[in-house]
Write a protein that binds this ligand. Structure first.
Ligand SMILES: [Zn+2]
Length: 494
């Protein structure tokens, strides 16, 4: 160029222009350099260093791009959880079906004093004795799903958590209602199961006297975890999440569903109007969240076998302790032991249907089986795989035998050890043994039926052989049966 480019009089003498390429080899820009300082033309060395520079420019552009995408993704996630919360959270109208401030005081909960709300709430809750809240044989079957929400709230009053940890009445009600809504309407892992696990945790602590090893705060965390432990369960197990390449399996490497139940529970607590831990101090808050993590992950049955020996050692010590104080000191002074007992309690709660009276157990076992069979159907149709016998509805007759096996290999240890740990828990072990008798009876009946069918089949076969020997064989059967009939077996007959 001979003329200046603008009024400053700047003239372009030399130009070096290079493309800016990102890591994906795409040209994302052009870097242009004008006029070397010494006035000489650009040389090969200049090309080399500017090439390195443009390479860095390309990479940083890609990084900015990725960062931008990440921010957008984060916003999308936030919007999605906002939408989810809107639909899954207890509404003001739903809140009023339990905490009836409008009916009683003609006021919204926001305009009420806590003491007035606590009074209204407690009057609405069921009497623990009427619903057998403290009983190991408690059954939800005659209680509506709505009334179970009230029973759940009652547990927190019974352990005195409401007063001691200043849980606002509206927050507690809204939280419990929201937990109920978080459970899907599926065959077994629904709100009824979630509630039962919470109720059993409550009963183990109170009636089973395990509370003595724990602080009020820890008991509060354990019951909370138990109610939430299967929230948003999809009716299929961890292996199915893996095999079907579900998003959950991509997010969590192990204990896939359990980690999801935990994340969901923690998300609820982020909303202040649902945060039942809102009046705890920092340290208390960290304690309850930590315990919830340990307790919910412990419901992964794959982890149960690993903790059996550790629990057995604790039970051995407690059994040979001379005084109650000695046992309490042994466990309470060691956070690890407390967590082992708590983890085993979660398993005991999760499997507690197996200890219920036979009328309850037989119904619940069928629900569990149905959910398994539904997964088996999905495995056949979606994954095109043959399900294991437990999930195969064509093998439904084997249910009693499978139940006996489940009792022997998984459940017996839990309840036998718990009744050795605390004699107050013996009713659970007795219930289990009684159900084993019932299932064994049916398994034997099935075996006898199968043996009879097999016997009849053999008899028919022998009849066919006899007929063949007597020359009564039908034309079509001659090829195969005729040959067999001519074997040494025929000689035996003669
Ligand atoms: Zn469960």
């Amino acid at each position: 160029m001979k003329e200046p480019v603008d009024e400053t009089g700047w003239i372009i003498k030399n130009v070096l222009s290079l493309p800016i390429v990102n890591k994906k080899e795409e040209i994302v820009g052009i870097a242009t350099f004008y006029n070397r300082k010494d006035g000489k033309p650009f040389d090969e060395y200049d090309e080399q260093i500017t090439e390195t520079l443009t390479q860095f420019l390309g990479w940083s552009l890609l990084n900015t791009d990725t960062y931008d995408k990440m921010n957008k993704l984060e916003s999308r996630k936030n919007i999605a959880s906002e939408m989810l919360m809107y639909h899954s959270k207890c509404t003001d109208k739903e809140l009023q079906t339990i905490l009836k401030t409008k009916e009683m005081l003609d006021k919204d909960t926001a305009d009420c004093e806590q003491k007035d709300m606590l009074k209204i709430l407690q009057e609405e809750l069921p009497d623990p004795t009427d619903v057998e809240l403290y009983e190991f044989h408690f059954s939800d079957l005659d209680v509506s799903e709505f009334d179970l929400i009230k029973c759940g709230i009652r547990c927190f009053f019974e352990i005195n958590a409401v007063i001691k940890f200043k849980i606002p009445a509206d927050v507690l009600t809204r939280w419990m209602y929201t937990v109920r809504k978080g459970y899907r309407d599926i065959t077994y892992h629904n709100w009824r199961h979630g509630f039962n696990v919470g109720q059993t945790m409550f009963t183990l602590l109170m009636t089973g006297k395990i509370k003595k090893y724990y602080t009020d705060l820890e008991a509060f965390a354990m019951i909370t975890a138990a109610f939430c432990h299967d929230i948003d369960h999809r009716g299929t197990n961890n292996l199915y999440q893996l095999k079907s390449q579900a998003a959950l399996a991509k997010l969590h490497g192990s204990s896939i569903l359990e980690r999801h139940h935990l994340e969901y529970s923690k998300t609820l607590l982020q909303d202040e109007s649902l945060n039942i831990f809102q009046n705890l101090n920092q340290r208390q808050y960290e304690t309850v969240v930590h315990l919830m993590e340990v307790a919910i992950i412990a419901t992964d049955l794959a982890l149960y076998f690993k903790k059996r020996t550790m629990f057995q050692k604790i039970v051995d010590y407690v059994e040979k302790s001379e005084t109650e104080e000695e046992a309490i000191k042994y466990i309470s002074s060691d956070p690890t032991k407390k967590e082992i007992v708590m983890a085993m309690m979660m398993t005991g709660c999760d499997l507690s249907a197996i200890t219920k009276p036979w009328e309850v157990q037989s119904k619940v076992a069928l629900m569990v089986a149905n959910e398994f069979w539904e997964q088996g159907d999905l495995e056949r149709t979606v994954l095109q795989q043959q399900p294991i016998p437990m999930m195969d509805r064509n093998k439904a007759d084997e249910l009693p035998k499978l139940q006996v096996g489940f009792i022997d290999f998984v459940c017996t240890f839990v309840y036998k050890e718990f009744s050795r740990f605390h004699k107050e828990i013996t009713p659970m072990y007795e219930g289990l043994q009684n159900n084993r008798v019932e299932w064994k009876l049916r398994a034997d009946e099935y075996d006898a039926k199968m043996a009879l069918i097999e016997k009849q089949r053999k008899e028919q076969e022998e009849m066919a052989v006899k007929k063949a020997v007597n020359g009564e064989v039908e034309a079509g059967d001659e090829g195969k049966e005729g040959k067999r009939g001519g074997k040494s077996r025929t000689c035996e007959i003669f």
